[in-house]
Write a protein that binds this ligand. Structure first.
Ligand code: PBG
Length: 331
């Protein structure tokens, strides 16, 4: 038998010990890369489990403050608030969305006062307040763009007034970034950042989230007339370019894992701060498989989060944020 010729490169050389592997590691995940999405509900002392998102709970504002303190202690820089709105205040005109005293705005003020160091991100879209479950105003079965943008501007101003640091328009209406940006400038909120959900796909992976915010029952049909077709990638770049031009400071790709190619293209094309949202369905899949003993939940969590950094993201919104940060702290 002929001896095998020595390969010029033995890539395994640099994989043979933890020290060598650490030396040549290209990207790393830190708690500062995480944004923690939390669900707020009314009440006091409430922690309400969400069946389709094991380990995630709807929290009353007092417990949101506890979450804020926990995040700050773990080095997580931002929390993103999503309201579970009582069905009795949902209407087709959605005015609860810009009520200065709505759940989100009360939570922002309380969190700002109690944990001033943490950045507060919000969601701008009408779905938590809409009796019809859509992100926009619906008239005769059609989602109206420009009328919705006017409503979103009012919602944005109320959140900025309450003290939000980062506004996250997630509605996918056209023109909303420019409209919100000029309204913020006009109202003296020059320092409020916009993280645009620029490339948001019409995805089946949002299912558990709609349970969490209580929107599943209300929504009829789908969101395909405003959220993107999962088959498209060039369109994502055009949307990101448009939103950056209209005044977005940061952009997001959503969902996360099935769209890492989009993250990479966006980062390479614009070099802007780029985030991904590891959405509820992605979280639920990993948790469910782990609960069944089919995968190692902690390892899958960390691998999935690291993948976003490799794909070019500056950070990731993830329901795993506190668990992942705790694990990183532990070592
Ligand atoms: C609403 C909104 C959605 C999510 C964030 N903001 C749901 C949707 O568009 O239907 C999904 C987040 C998740 O699934 O974790 N505008």
């Amino acid at each position: 038998m002929q001896p095998v010729a020595s390969p010029a490169h033995r890539f395994r050389r640099l994989r043979q010990s933890p020290a060598l592997r650490a030396m040549v590691q290209e990207v790393a995940l830190t708690p500062a890369d995480l944004i923690w999405p939390v669900f707020v509900r009314d009440g006091v002392g409430v922690r309400e489990p969400i069946a389709s998102m094991p380990g995630v709970e709807r929290l009353s504002i007092d417990n949101i403050l506890r979450a804020g303190e926990e995040a700050a202690g773990l080095g997580i820089p931002a929390i993103c608030l999503f309201p579970y709105t009582d069905p009795s205040v949902k209407t087709v005109t959605c005015e609860e969305a810009w009520n200065p005293e709505n759940l989100t705005n009360r939570a922002i003020r309380a969190l700002k006062a109690a944990v001033p160091d943490i950045a507060i991100m919000t969601d701008i879209a009408l779905d938590p307040y809409n009796a019809l479950g859509h992100d926009g105003l619906v008239v005769d079965g059609t989602i109206l763009n420009d009328e919705t943008v006017e409503a979103l501007v009012k919602m944005a101003l109320a959140q900025a007034e309450a003290g939000a640091d980062i506004l996250g328009p997630s509605d996918m209406m056209d023109g909303r970034i420019g409209a919100i940006r000029s309204a913020l400038e006009g109202a003296g909120h020059q320092g409020v950042a916009i993280l645009s959900y620029a490339a948001k796909y019409a995805s089946a992976f949002y299912g558990p989230f709609r349970d969490a915010v209580g929107a599943s029952g209300a929504l009829k049909g789908d969101k395909k007339t405003y959220q993107m077709n999962p088959a498209n990638s060039d369109e994502a770049l055009r949307l990101v370019e448009r939103d950056l031009r209209e005044g977005a400071d940061m952009v997001m790709v959503k969902p996360g894992m099935p769209y890492l190619d989009i993250c990479r293209r966006v980062k390479d094309a614009f070099g802007a701060p780029t985030f991904a949202y590891q959405v509820s369905g992605e979280y639920a899949m990993i948790r469910a498989a782990a609960q069944n003993g089919w995968i190692d939940g902690e390892k899958a969590m960390m691998e999935s989060l690291l993948a976003f950094k490799r794909a070019g993201c500056d950070g990731v919104l993830s329901y795993f944020a506190p668990a992942a940060a705790r694990l990183m702290r532990a070592g």
